[in-house]
Design a protein around this ligand. Sequence first.
Ligand SMILES: O=C(O)CCC(=O)C(=O)O
Ligand SMILES: [Fe+2]
Length: 339
Amino acid sequence: MGLPRFAKTNESSSNLYVANCGPAVGLDLDIVKSAFSKFGVVSGVYSADESGTRVIVSFVDNSCARAAFEALDRRACEELGGRVLHIKYSVFQPPLDKVQVNDSVPVCLETSDMNIPGICLIHDFITIEEEKELLAAVDSRPWKSLAKRRVQHYGYEFCYSTRNVNTNQHLGELPSFLSPVLDRISSFEELSNTLETSLDQLTVNEYPPGVGLSPHIDTHSAFEGSIFSLSLAGPCIMEFRKYTDIDWISKSTSLDKEVENSDSSSSFLRRAIYLPPRSILLLSGEARYAWHHYIPHHKVDLVNDSVIRRASRRVSFTIRKVRKGPCLCQYPQYCDSRK
Ligand SMILES: O=C(O)CCC(=O)C(=O)O
Ligand SMILES: [Fe+2]
């Protein structure tokens, strides 16, 4: 993919066009990112053009971009070798034929804005060092290739054709590299409140850019209680849908299906959340049992007016508890144990 297209603007925005810094003057994009990160979460830093001396710094939030603009425009920036930066606001101009954006649903940054009971996102749940260790651990183990992504299963194998697990085939205890994550889950009140029994299944997913997951509810009869999803290496958008007037099972497509069902005939509530790397998402209660979740198959997402490019990969750890009996949830219309 070429350079993302940005245009300068006088209006406040979450993207900054920053002149007089960049790789051509010895400032790699990650150094620029770290200098601007003290003003808030930077979702990406890109070369603005081929010069190597002009970059775009995209923040997740407009107010952080404004703070950086006010602190750094036409001033010498110590962290960037004392260079005097010239900053303007900038807007992303997607080439409409190429970039698929998440159409009209606003993307929340916090689960408290989503109005879905039972959902909770914790940012920076693990450190950069821990993230590196977890990635090294899974990369030293064998991956299984699916059509578009790679997976690993621990505890129990998840079977994609039946969307269930064979409880008679225990693969063994969860691996020791997961222990710090499990301990931290127990130490967070928001997360451990919903946990009645110990987690015993881990699915590791590796998504290349442009690959997502079709809308699904994790099978009620396969997993009980809460589901945790830890994001590593790259960000994504996760969308949630609560279907209101259709047979739910027709929407529970295979996780690997490339094209989403046409939804023109059904109606559903829709929400979206930005999942940054190192965050953990808890789905419990209604969020887990009644809402479909889905990762759009995009290379670029728009989070409000900020452009977020998917990294070279996103790795997720989905941690669950395998169910040994029928599901007795309060959401029978979404429950395969009642069909
Ligand atoms: O990648 C993720 O965060 C979610 C994976 C997921 O929904 C699943 O494995 O059922
Ligand atoms: Fe899922």
